[in-house]
Design a protein around this ligand. Sequence first.
Ligand SMILES: [Zn+2]
Length: 141
Amino acid sequence: MGDATARPDAALLGLDGFVVVATAEVRGELELLVETTADLVGCPGCGAVARAKDRRPTWVPDLPLCGRPVVLCWWKRVWSCPHPLCEVKTWTERHKAIAPRARLTERARQCQRFGERSSRSASATQRSPGSLRSWGWPGGR
Ligand SMILES: [Zn+2]
């Protein structure tokens, strides 16, 4: 099974390049243990095929799923270069969906920014109730 998106858990998560390894409910939040699907990685210094060295968990809040708050626990890989003379000894996995040291996943951050814009425009509407009347909306009297 090479296509990660064919897995129902990956389809529910909807984050390209990630699969769900385990789930748990922690203090009312849905915690999803995720990992990337990367298994063949080149050293950024010399291009040699990297060796998996370690893993580090990183917790990042994501978008809610079915109305429940979600926290991703990204089980990040630490890779190492096999060449003793290469200057790049080890490095931690990166992904565009979760910036290094991010406090939210990228899509949750985008959603939050959109929400701030929406609530600003909603409060602008509340400050000028006359606008509904001027548009001829029947409820705006
Ligand atoms: Zn290297």
